[in-house]
Design a protein around this ligand. Structure first.
Ligand code: ATP
Ligand code: ATP
Ligand code: MG
Ligand code: MG
Lengths: 256, 256
């Protein structure tokens, strides 16, 4: 069964896009079939993979508005071994247009249902908001991966996110579960990060990924070259961490 | 005339809230009358000032929906010398409710018009999105302060933000202008940051604040104590940088 991983956190700048791109690339490099879905109007996952968002004729926007088939929007990124459903600023208009539609939160699910059998993993990069776009991702997903910067605002916002996931589970997607919380941009010399990490271990002992993503400037440099870090600098601590995350996810899968 | 500074950038995690709180505190410490407006449903500016967002009976949400007077929502933070219009997750519902209202983008402006004469500065902390809430702030504002993390995605997203500001200026708020771009979380040992900073100097020579906010862990620790950094650790490089920013803004003002 296809695993549809929703990478979500309404707190901004916690590493959602960096995690989505590099997890997709790591799963692809270990010979899994992967689709990366960008449902953020910023189009960062799109640009970070070297796709020019301004040149897109069909994107996630048209797919959600049912103005185009998902197959016509998906692009193959042969050099990285995975495919992408790209997005751009048009998605902001889609969010407003969806407001008055019936089953508006199911649009992405309807679209992915047609093609998901082709992929072992689908990774969805969400915008920094608990809005209609993130809701569409949660309704379509099988699991949620929550990137967590170990700082106060990110920790404080976790309750609202878990509440939203619970509401989606109770109503339209009973199979949805939190796959794990991923500590990102982690600097072990920073007491605040160590404190917050201890709190996460206390609250979520069995849902914290063992893999921790360190702060590593190669992760911030890679997108300016339109490359996942695996292709930009495969020996960097960032690339190795995301490869380790892919390994942890695959091992968990195999045990089920 | 009251200066209404909109702190906006749809890129997440670039230091909007940190800048809003600490600029408000720095202007207050230098004896200016200041109102901090939180228009982000995350309610980070509210929590970062020690106000419990879960306990609010009236907040920005009721004010935008015209269900309460702004005076009934404003809280005085005597210990910091400024006032706050607080917010919480209710604001997400307000955004949807506003969609079908006439002059929906003017709601904040109508509310602030009634009380702005009491303040020399009003600082508005925006959510990480170019949505109806950020639009309300841009329509109400006299100037925009753009926090910029010197990394690829933040630089790439600048065009869309400047475009939105231009659209607001052409239609409903001709007086709006970009006050300045503020480099935040700046680490001079990082080549990427130096690169991006040079690009900003090239593109925006006269709109880049001279003050640069360094990466300083005290800025990330302060909100967990509900304190502006000025009150948490006034000798920290973070506190001194925001004081310098206030000084630069005041000096620019005086020259006009
Ligand atoms: N582990 C890391 N080490 C260093 N830099 C990182 C790391 N992870 C992400 N970054 C950088 O930090 C910034 C924020 O990361 P990213 O954009 O992936 O977060 P996001 O949650 O997707 O943000 P948004 O809320 O805007 O969607 C980016 O400039 C990115 O390049
Ligand atoms: N100069 C700095 N040095 C170190 N940490 C910082 C600095 N500025 C902000 N931070 C921390 O970085 C994180 C992001 O900052 P902040 O929340 O202010 O950004 P934001 O743009 O308001 O985010 P959002 O897009 O979610 O509203 C926070 O945890 C904050 O404490
Ligand atoms: Mg992102
Ligand atoms: Mg904020």
């Amino acid at each position: 069964m296809t695993k549809i991983l929703v990478v979500a956190n309404q707190k901004g700048g916690v590493g959602k896009t960096t995690t989505s791109i590099n997890l997709a690339a790591s799963l692809a490099v270990t010979n899994h079939s992967v689709l990366l879905v960008d449902i953020d109007p910023q189009g960062n996952a799109t640009m970070g993979c070297g796709v020019d968002k301004a040149a897109l004729e069909i994107s996630t926007c048209e797919v959600l508005l049912q103005e185009a088939q998902i197959d016509d929007a998906i692009l193959a990124l042969e050099q990285y071994g995975f495919e992408i459903l790209p997005s751009n600023g048009d998605l902001t208009a889609a969010e407003v247009a969806l407001m008055n539609e019936i089953a508006r939160e199911q649009r992405l699910k309807f679209a992915l249902d047609k093609i998901k059998h082709r992929y072992e993993y689908i990774i969805i990069d969400c915008p920094p908001a608990l809005n209609m776009l993130t809701l569409n991702a949660l309704v379509a997903g099988t699991g949620v991966l929550i990137p967590m910067q170990c700082e106060y605002y990110a920790l404080e916002g976790l309750t609202a996110l878990l509440q939203t996931i619970e509401n989606v589970k109770k109503t339209v997607n009973p199979g949805l579960k939190v796959e794990g919380l991923l500590r990102t941009m982690f600097d072990p010399r920073n007491n605040l990060a160590l404190d917050v990490s201890e709190q996460l271990k206390g609250h979520f002992p069995d849902r914290l990924y063992r893999t921790i993503i360190p702060r590593n400037v190669r992760l911030a440099e890679a997108p300016s070259h339109g490359l996942p870090v695996m292709q930009y600098d495969k020996t960097s601590t960032g690339a190795l961490a995301y490869l380790a995350l892919a390994g942890e996810i695959l091992r968990k899968e195999a045990k089920l």
